[in-house]
Design a binder for this molecule. Structure first.
Ligand code: FUL
Length: 462
């Protein structure tokens, strides 16, 4: 008789979120008038005439992004200053009134097309806060904002993610008013109606904001997801820009009611926009590797910002850092020692082959090792066949059935006994644990605490 599969532990990811999880890492591009004024937040009174990249080439961006192993790009189509990188019908404050390509340019078009050519996914950032618009803070602005969103979702091919940031309200140019405007972050934007537009026009797109609905902010801009990191959180208590939510966003909530995984947005430089005086402050390959471990290695996605300079090109320092990072990743994860290993478990579901230990190394993400419902503590033993140097252990839960594991340990067989080399908390879509390099033939993963029986789809050892 077939053994019944484990029941899902709710909530579970949607199809859209599953596809999002698999993207893992992609680039962010911050580019606007700020690139030319040296600011991080433009006031909104910048003249379109200053937007004049002299050797703009989105092809160069896409090539560097692709070569770095990043799988997509999210572009700041409009940042807080309100300047549109595409010739929006709804405002004069855009590339159409700039010297860029004689007013005939469209950065969104160029970037999205370069992405397609290189097999990269393309996403859009449309700042809800608009310090240029005279309408900002009135109900009419919401209509304006949604019209722009429609332009972006209909004019530039498939969109994989729509990014709604949480910075909002305050002083600005506002069509010449030059005043402070406050909005109620909870109600002003009426987010559910805006999200419905994304669902209608780009049903495949994941929606990012502090509060989801598909992807949440990690609670910091320094590059780390929490440890533990739960995909779950109770979204009804959240809204974009809610103060003091950072810790909750960073860790999530083991008992949260919605599946809203974490995205780690972080810049390769101190600022989000290019500033020449930060050319010597580009992150090193080693630092980028650390960011990878504290984001992708904790089950989150990494959104790595690489801002183009005043030429409209990625700076060579950034490109070299990306190349160095890719090399480190390729070296660290070159050879999966577990691929040919013998894997056994002290327990597996219904003693059925369908849930046997060997499923974690068969390269098929749909097969898994699982235990009986009442077995919450269990071990996997991996025999590499001969002593090997071990530096990283990668584990994936079968998240279609929910996130379960709360604590685990890694041990190696050394001089006749098991020696602990690492302890971990949550796993989720992916967990990569770095261990002090050690030579061993046998590794044991002990799942010591879980919400329900562990269901593990993949284990790799490097
Ligand atoms: C924040 C913005 O205020 C920053 O300028 C940047 O765009 C960052 C990614 O999101 O909310």
């Amino acid at each position: 008789m077939a053994v019944a599969p484990p029941q899902a532990v709710l909530p579970v990811p949607s199809e859209r979120q599953l596809a999002w999880h698999e993207r893992e890492q992609y680039a962010f591009i911050h580019f606007t008038t700020n690139t030319f004024t040296g600011k991080e937040w433009g006031y909104g009174d910048e003249q379109p005439a200053i937007f004049n990249p002299t050797s703009f080439d989105a092809e160069q961006w896409a090539k560097a992004i692709k070569e770095a192993g990043l799988k997509g790009l999210i572009l700041t189509c409009k940042h807080h200053d309100g300047f549109c990188l595409w010739p929006s019908k709804y405002t004069e404050h855009s590339v159409k009134n700039s010297p860029f390509m004689g007013g005939k340019g469209d950065v969104v078009k160029a970037a999205s097309e370069a992405c397609r050519r290189h097999g990269l996914a393309f996403g859009v950032y449309l700042s809800p806060w608009d310090r240029n618009s005279a309408l900002y803070a009135s109900p009419e602005y919401i209509a304006y904002y949604r019209s722009q969103l429609r332009e972006l979702l209909t004019g530039y091919g498939e969109i994989f993610e729509v990014w709604f940031d949480g910075a909002n309200g305050g002083d600005g140019f506002y069509g010449g008013a030059r005043e402070a405007r406050k909005i109620d972050r909870k109600t002003y934007y009426d987010w559910p109606k805006t999200h419905a537009i994304v669902r209608e026009l780009a049903p495949q797109a994941a929606i990012f904001s502090d509060a989801g609905p598909d992807v949440r902010w990690c609670g910091n801009e320094s590059g780390f997801a929490g440890d533990p990191c739960w995909n779950m959180i109770s979204a009804d208590s959240l809204y974009p820009g809610k103060p003091h939510a950072e810790t909750l966003l960073n860790h999530g909530d083991e008992n949260g009611s919605s599946w809203i995984p974490v995205e780690v947005d972080v810049s390769i430089r101190p600022g989000w926009f290019y500033h020449e005086n930060e050319d010597d402050k580009v992150r090193t390959p080693e630092n980028l590797f650390k960011l990878y471990m504290s984001s992708v290695g904790r089950g989150a996605n990494l959104l790595l910002n690489i801002p183009p300079d005043q030429r409209g090109l990625l700076h060579d320092n950034d490109i070299q850092a990306l190349k160095g990072w890719k090399k480190l990743l390729d070296e660290a994860f070159a050879l999966n020692l577990a691929a040919k290993a013998k894997v056994t478990a002290d327990s597996y579901r219904g003693k059925s082959k369908a849930y046997a230990a060997a499923n974690v190394t068969d390269g098929d993400k749909e097969t898994c090792w699982a235990t009986d419902d009442d077995v919450l503590k269990a071990c996997l033993e991996i025999d590499l066949g001969k002593p090997q140097k071990i530096s990283y252990v990668l584990i994936q839960e079968y998240i279609k059935l929910g996130q379960r594991v709360k604590a685990f340990g890694i041990e190696v067989w050394k001089e006749g006994c098991w020696t602990s080399v690492a302890k971990g908390t949550t796993i989720g879509y992916k967990r990569i644990v770095e261990v002090t390099p050690v030579e061993a033939q046998k590794i044991r993963l002990s799942f010591v605490e879980a919400k329900a029986c562990p269901v593990i789809s993949n284990v790799e050892v490097y």
